[in-house]
Design a protein around this ligand. Sequence first.
Ligand code: FAD
Length: 393
Amino acid sequence: MRLSPNQAELRIRDEVRAFLAENLPAPEEIPADFDARVAYLRGWQRQLHEARLVNVTWPEEYGGRNATLMEQIVVNQELARAGAPALPGEVGLDVVGPTIVEQGTPEQKARYVKRILSGEDIWCQGFSEPNAGSDLASLRTRAEDKGDHFVLTGQKTWTSWAQYASWCAVLARTDLDAPAHRGISYLIVDMGSPGIEVRPLVQMTGDAEFSEVFFDGVVVPRENLLGELNGGWKLAMHTLTNERGPVVLSHQVKLRVALDALVADAARIRRDGAAAVEHPHVRASLARAHVAVEVLRHQAYRSMGTAIARGGAGVETSVDKLLMATADQRLGEACLEVLGPHAVWPESAPEGTSAQVGQHTYLYYRAASIYGGTAQIQKNIVAERILGLPRSA
Ligand SMILES: Cc1cc2nc3c(=O)[nH]c(=O)nc-3n(C[C@H](O)[C@H](O)[C@H](O)COP(=O)(O)OP(=O)(O)OC[C@H]3O[C@@H](n4cnc5c(N)ncnc54)[C@H](O)[C@@H]3O)c2cc1C
């Protein structure tokens, strides 16, 4: 993979830097309350979109720039390096949107894509069910085919952003007699439809980022079918590959920025009469996090090189996902080691340290080896599809 930027990449890098110099919100401007934070960050996404810096690879006619994947990576890395907040429309932008851009009809693209970019529409992904997570093909939500519409009945769970979403990408069974993977369709569901109930679930971070979603006889127009009837499994795999893959290069920058800040904190925070950084277990923990982030960085370049050469992400995203979760969790553990009691009592920490976010980082990243497909499932994929080992029972 080419590592030195070309002229177009340097141009867009400078454009992002100039934009951030003018517009980057200071951390204290971002509300702590989750609802208020989401509202604030929608404004931030709109600003970025107005500068045409959101999902630059998407077609120009829908608000992108037809840019290359490398240019997209440059934009994302600059945002991560500056500590720019994550965009609330991430499910639409990174997970469902790419599937619509590639597989949607011209009408579907015209209807959804611009509003995904601007943050006017937040999307959620209704795949997992109470009894269908790793074994997604056993899902039981049903969409009865009534000709010009479907009638949707069932339950989804762990649906991130559902309480804010205008649209949900739902996997539903449309053929009860077909083998599990073949009778599933991919439907775009208006979250304002009668018959939908969203019940937010509070995570151990204290935020209610995901919800249970119940569908009771919800009418979904046929024009909201994405791809072919009973062809949803292939699209779902495309969506999950996007969830696991292309974000990795900017994510490793985000982790590096957080780790560098933590190393600086370790020199300022005192424990048992010495700087935290003097304690062997703190040093060991920071070293473990450093190694995990470095490994992730190298893997990220390697798999992006493969994706660019191939023209799309592939099975290597399972390796990315495993290493990303490892690096996330090593960083979370290092936060607790460095902060010690300040992690649970941030007000006691020296001003300017990352104590306010340290405990959240640790708690949130416990989920990193679960969402987007668990670590065990990624290991199975690596074993079977990369190493050619026999299928697990
Ligand atoms: C923060 C967060 C956000 C999420 N957001 C969304 C979302 O927006 N939309 C959505 O659809 N889903 C979402 N999920 C759900 C996520 O995709 C599932 O939790 C995940 O796929 C695992 O499914 P499960 O929870 O049912 O666990 P299970 O599948 O029941 O697994 C339980 C345990 O058994 C292990 N296991 C299962 N099968 C095997 C096997 N064959 N071999 C070895 N081990 C196995 C798993 O690794 C796991 O450790 C989210 C989850 C989290 C934590």
